[in-house]
Design a protein around this ligand. Structure first.
Ligand code: DX5
Ligand code: ZN
Length: 245
């Protein structure tokens, strides 16, 4: 099933709880949280304290995209704050295998992110370790940029590799996903769709999320509304994860 991950980067941070809940009513099933450090990317956003606050206002999984150096240092704090999925950049992690292990050891779902200039084939050795691969379809750092078309080839290559290697990781796409691009992204094989500006850009998150999800489901050949009785995605803390804080 395709899923929409509204990215709060474009939300009104002064009304974050309302914004997240509106996106959830519109059908978002993950909340994408962009963490930027001003070093790996030329922007600064938020960290574990905001994740901890978000944890109190939504049961949806918090999909934390770390655009930071020294990710290992911060992984315990994200786990304590209530992060569920954590993705780290191939380009920012010298010891990527260790970092992915660390994320999993903290009870979170590990994922790797690729910048637009990074080849998919570099991931072959660690693909068996990841819950999903995040393909950046813009250069990371800012919302509201234009989709880079070559990202579609990278999604297709990840679909091929998944079959060749007998794996089941999911494929997430982030950057410039909007009404004009979402169908192509889904047709190429992505099933986790991050959208920031297209959801939160005009203050109408519920309506925007609903429309985007409908377009994605149509492109995927899925029913436009989930079958009656479909359970809402809930959040359960994986066993063994620290719950303090
Ligand atoms: C960019 C972030 C994205 C961003 C996408 O570095 O990783 O998650 O919010 O924004 P849009 O959907 O506006 O391109
Ligand atoms: Zn992101």
């Amino acid at each position: 099933m395709v899923e929409l991950a509204p990215s709060i980067l474009s939300a009104d941070f002064a009304r974050l709880a309302d914004e997240v809940q509106a996106a959830e009513r519109g059908g978002g099933t993950l909340i994408h949280v962009d963490v930027m450090d001003g070093h790996f990317v030329p922007n600064i956003t938020l960290g574990p304290p905001v994740v901890k606050s978000l944890r109190k206002v939504t049961r949806l999984p918090l999909d934390c995209h770390l655009m930071i150096e020294n990710a290992d240092e911060f992984i315990p704090a994200f786990a304590d704050a209530g992060a569920d999925w954590v993705s780290v950049h191939y380009e920012a992690c010298t010891h990527l295998h260790r970092t992915l292990e660390l994320i999993a050891q903290h009870g979170m779902k590990p994922a790797v992110v690729l910048n637009p200039a990074t080849r998919v084939n570099f991931l072959v050795e660690i693909l068996p370790m990841v819950h999903h691969v995040l393909v950046m379809s813009v250069n990371p750092g800012f919302g509201g940029q234009s989709f880079i078309p070559n990202s579609l080839n990278k999604i297709r290559r990840l679909v091929e590799l998944r079959a060749e290697m007998g794996l089941n990781y999911r494929i997430e796409v982030d950057g410039g996903v909007a009404h004009g691009t979402i169908a192509q992204v889904v047709e190429a094989g992505a099933d986790l769709l991050v959208a920031g500006n297209a959801v939160f850009g005009d203050g109408k998150a519920e309506r925007n999320a609903r429309k985007l999800l409908q377009a994605a489901r149509k492109a995927a050949g899925e029913p436009l509304r989930p079958a009656k009785g479909t359970k809402k995605v809930g959040l359960r803390r994986p066993a063994g994860r620290s719950t303090k804080g």
